[in-house]
Design a binder for this molecule. Sequence first.
Ligand code: FDM
Ligand code: MG
Length: 209
Amino acid sequence: MRGALIVFEGTDRSGKSTQTRNFTNALQAAGIAVAEHSPWSFPHRTSPVGQVINAYLTNKTHLHERALHLLFSANRWEKASQIRQALRRGETVVLDRYAYSGIAYSVAKGLPLTWCKCADEGLPAPDVVVFLHLSPEAAAKRADYGSERYENKHMQTAVAKVFEQLRTEQWLVVDADADEATVLNRILDSAMPTVAKARSTPHIASLWN
Ligand code: FDM
Ligand code: MG
């Protein structure tokens, strides 16, 4: 009986970090096995590749946009077997960003969609994508953007557009402007059946199927 792969996506300040944490705690409270150190975040900034990504995001280095895209993808591939192993052990894995962010940010900067998708082809596919939807107006009311790259309204609006393009009917779109508890309950309502369904579906699918 395998665990479920549950991916959270959304623009900056949509509450992904808070909700992945709350969601992981709720799963554990319900007696569901969760991978150690969940939620796992991408970019995973401490690996060798992640350190280069972090230097780029904090404006300490410059990278060619295609090279950067491949590094973000490589950063996921570094973790791919750990994800599969955890799922096979029966543990649910909660991810804060995944390949969808990879595509959304790169396409927002002008890279071709099909080229962007190729790098992540074959990664473990999520059982559900939880998309925290926050309008740019609501985002503007939250704490100010920091100093990292992409933390500006122009980029966030472009990224939101690509997310909309990527969205399928399998995504769980949640209004992230609601209060924290309401958002969590909405996610739990839909994710609990996903966890149950994964238990009876031994096969772990791959992107982009
Ligand atoms: N980001 C994140 C990308 O551009 N590509 C990716 O593949 C991933 C996973 O990195 F602006 C961007 C999104 C964000 C930045 O992410 C750092 P966090 O979640 O804010 O740490
Ligand atoms: Mg950020």
